[in-house]
Design a binder for this molecule. Structure first.
Ligand SMILES: *[C@@H]1O[C@H](CO)[C@@H](O)[C@H](O)[C@H]1NC(C)=O
Ligand SMILES: *[C@@H]1O[C@H](CO)[C@@H](O)[C@H](O)[C@H]1NC(C)=O
Ligand SMILES: *[C@@H]1O[C@H](CO)[C@@H](O)[C@H](O)[C@H]1NC(C)=O
Ligand SMILES: *[C@@H]1O[C@H](CO)[C@@H](O)[C@H](O)[C@H]1NC(C)=O
Ligand SMILES: *[C@@H]1O[C@H](CO)[C@@H](O)[C@H](O)[C@H]1NC(C)=O
Ligand SMILES: *[C@@H]1O[C@H](CO)[C@@H](O)[C@H](O)[C@H]1NC(C)=O
Ligand SMILES: *[C@@H]1O[C@H](CO)[C@@H](O)[C@H](O)[C@H]1NC(C)=O
Ligand SMILES: *[C@@H]1O[C@H](CO)[C@@H](O)[C@H](O)[C@H]1NC(C)=O
Ligand SMILES: *[C@@H]1O[C@H](CO)[C@@H](O)[C@H](O)[C@H]1NC(C)=O
Ligand SMILES: *[C@@H]1O[C@H](CO)[C@@H](O)[C@H](O)[C@H]1NC(C)=O
Ligand SMILES: *[C@@H]1O[C@H](CO)[C@@H](O)[C@H](O)[C@H]1NC(C)=O
Ligand SMILES: *[C@@H]1O[C@H](CO)[C@@H](O)[C@H](O)[C@H]1NC(C)=O
Length: 512
């Protein structure tokens, strides 16, 4: 009796077990078949990508680059980027292969050499993924015919078709819910571009627009409807400085504005335009030909966290006083401009605590370290190279800023001895003080105070004495440059030759 009861229970237990464990791991058969077809197509004629997608394996939700919904078990995300190997040549997609994926929300197909679509029995077959919200087809070889394919995607929120072979007239009618559109390097220009910009007016929900690397020239007027834009990237277009700021000034929702490499010249506007964008958090205008002083109205951009004005011809005071009211500012890149010394106003102190400050420049005599630096304690990277500062080694900077990782002070006219901070600074990874007038011994304990250094550049100074063996305890050191000093104890160009090369130096690349 007991035996027969036992036997009849076993299948029930197995069934329960398989229902609980098998279902979530398996996947919809129709989708599994489509994935295998997709694999064959992208490997055609003889590629070997996606080896984990195997015919005998039913658990397609576990396959690499596939994600399924935990409730329905259907495929929701396909991350199929950069998988078609270059030697296989162009890939022609079969749009029908995507039909089974009813719940797909995200499809990444970038960098796969997609050149177009195969026709099915001569019939044009658009994408029909009614839930698709994000489609990335960038870095392929698509032409304008892609536009009719995406027109059917009514739920689409993010579309990236940058870096393809689109050109001229871009007319998007279909996905009017788009919030993010990336059209970099589509080589639209002249009147075509005006038409594009006007057609963008039909996308009222657009918050992100990437138009970098186009041949957008001259007046940009079509933006006026885009009042909800939060991110605008116009980098590496040729823009007209005299009206771009006016036009952009109407987009008062902007949080991120990128205008690098846009051939902007003349002075920054002192009123109206740029300074009206009082929600800006990131502003990047590097690699332009901007000149003149920083306008006081920049103080209105009180939400600014990142400001990049590097590689222009701007006159930037070493004190950074025009930026003092920007209480949220964390990163300021001003390198490659003209840095000048300004009387420090004792009554003013900045409201910001910077994490990154880069002023390395073709600077003139800037006198001493600016006073505001004494009140910064969150700095992670500080670059002041090529500015004539005059003064001692700023060990106080290292003491005050416990998160400091990189300090760049090449060619700054600093002098005196190398001063160690009061305590060990484990996170410091780059210290560059080459081309100054430092003198005296390199402190014997340097290795214990900067145990995490990866790059240490101290060349072209007046250091003398022997090279401390504690450098050997810097286990991460990749580059050590002590050349052009008067050091002894190791073979070094332009140093006196004495003693033997310590064993530890074998791990380090020495520049001489
Ligand atoms: C794939 O086929 C092409 C010719 O069709 C050949 O040149 C290439 O070497 C093959 N690659 C592999 C990995 O078999
Ligand atoms: C495209 O895929 C569909 C669905 O698998 C198939 O029926 C059709 O034959 C394919 N078309 C081409 C041209 O390969
Ligand atoms: C786009 O490319 C496809 C396939 O390469 C080609 O058949 C078609 O004529 C091209 N269309 C345009 C508008 O250039
Ligand atoms: C826009 O999206 C909403 C929901 O997010 C949807 O109800 C509406 O139909 C969409 N509009 C269009 C034109 O597809
Ligand atoms: C804009 O988005 C809202 C919801 O975020 C939606 O209700 C509305 O339909 C969208 N507008 C258009 C034209 O799709
Ligand atoms: C933009 O596209 C053209 C060809 O259409 C290409 O030659 C150029 O290198 C691209 N620019 C960038 C920055 O990728
Ligand atoms: C730039 O815009 C100004 C004012 O709108 C105009 O006078 C000037 O001719 C434009 N310059 C170029 C190079 O298009
Ligand atoms: C900036 O703020 C000042 C007051 O600090 C105000 O007078 C000015 O209108 C504001 N706007 C611009 C664009 O400067
Ligand atoms: C900075 O803010 C203070 C008050 O917070 C204000 O008095 C001063 O005018 C502002 N400076 C600039 C340049 O806007
Ligand atoms: C050092 O800085 C001065 C002043 O900025 C500059 O003229 C000189 O070219 C710099 N030297 C090097 C080697 O960069
Ligand atoms: C930074 O160092 C200077 C000089 O030692 C000191 O006066 C100042 O109080 C320090 N600042 C902070 C924030 O610790
Ligand atoms: C050093 O870096 C680590 C990791 O980035 C961080 O957790 C730690 O707080 C840092 N320590 C100091 C003293 O800054």
């Amino acid at each position: 009796m007991g035996l027969s009861l036992h036997i009849s229970i076993v299948p029930v237990i197995l069934m329960v077990f398989s229902l609980q464990v098998w279902l979530p791991l398996g996947c919809v058969e129709e989708e599994r078949a489509a994935l295998l077809q997709l694999k064959d197509s992208l490997n055609y004629p003889n590629g070997t990508s996606l080896p984990s997608w195997r015919k005998g394996d039913a658990r397609c939700c576990d396959w690499e680059r596939v994600r399924c919904s935990s409730s329905t078990g259907r495929v929701t995300l396909l991350y199929l980027y950069s998988i078609r190997k270059g030697e296989l040549g162009d890939w022609y997609l079969n749009a029908s292969l995507f039909l089974p994926f009813e719940e797909l929300t995200t499809l990444f197909l970038w960098a796969n050499q997609i050149a177009g679509w195969v026709e099915n029995k001569g019939v044009y077959q658009p994408f029909k993924m009614s839930k698709l919200e994000s489609l990335d087809l960038s870095y392929n070889r698509l032409n304008n015919s892609i536009l009719s394919y995406v027109d059917g995607l009514s739920s689409l929120k993010t579309l990236d078709i940058s870096y393809n072979r689109l050109e001229g007239l871009i007319d998007l009618k279909g996905p009017t819910n788009l919030s993010a559109l990336y059209l970099s390097n589509i080589t639209a220009y002249g009147s075509s571009f005006q038409t594009l910009l006007q057609s963008l007016g039909a996308l009222p929900n657009l918050t992100t627009l990437g138009l970098g690397y186009n041949d957008l020239r001259g007046r940009v007027l079509g933006f006026v409807n885009l009042k909800n834009l939060e991110l605008l990237d116009l980098s590496y277009n040729t823009l007209n400085s005299s009206n771009i700021f006016q036009t952009i000034g109407t987009m008062t929702s902007l949080k991120t504005l990128t205008l690098q490499g846009c051939s902007l010249n003349g002075q920054l506007p002192t009123s109206q335009g740029l300074c009206d964008l009082n929600h800006l958090q990131e502003l990047s205008m590097y690699e332009n030909d901007l000149s003149g002083f920083l306008p006081p109205c920049l103080a209105n951009l009180t939400f600014l966290q990142q400001l990049d004005l590097s590689s222009n011809h701007l006159k930037i005071p070493m004190s950074l006083s025009p930026l003092y009211n920007l209480s949220k500012l964390k990163d300021f890149y001003g390198f490659g401009n003209e840095i000048y010394a300004e009387e420090d106003d004792h009554n003013l102190s900045p409201k910001f605590q910077l994490e990154v400050l880069s002023l390395s420049s073709r600077g003139q005599g800037a006198g001493a370290f600016p006073k505001f630096l004494y009140h910064q304690f969150n700095l992670q990277f500080l670059g002041l190279s090529n500015i004539q500062i005059k003064g001692e080694f700023p060990s106080w900077l290292i003491e005050n800023n416990t998160y400091l990782k990189g300090l760049y002070l090449e060619n700054c006219s600093l002098s005196g001895p190398f001063l160690l901070p009061r305590s060990s600074h484990v996170n410091m990874s780059v210290l560059s003080i080459s081309m100054n007038d430092f003198q005296g011994h390199i402190p014997a304990e340097i290795g214990a105070y900067f145990p995490g250094l990866e790059f240490l550049m101290m060349s072209d100074n007046g250091f003398d004495g022997s090279i401390p063996s504690s450098l050997g305890s810097m286990s991460s050191l990749q580059l050590l440059d002590l050349s052009n000093n008067v050091l002894t104890g190791i073979t070094h160009s332009n140093n006196s030759l004495q003693g033997q090369i310590p064993g530890w130096i074998g791990n380090i690349f020495c520049v001489t």
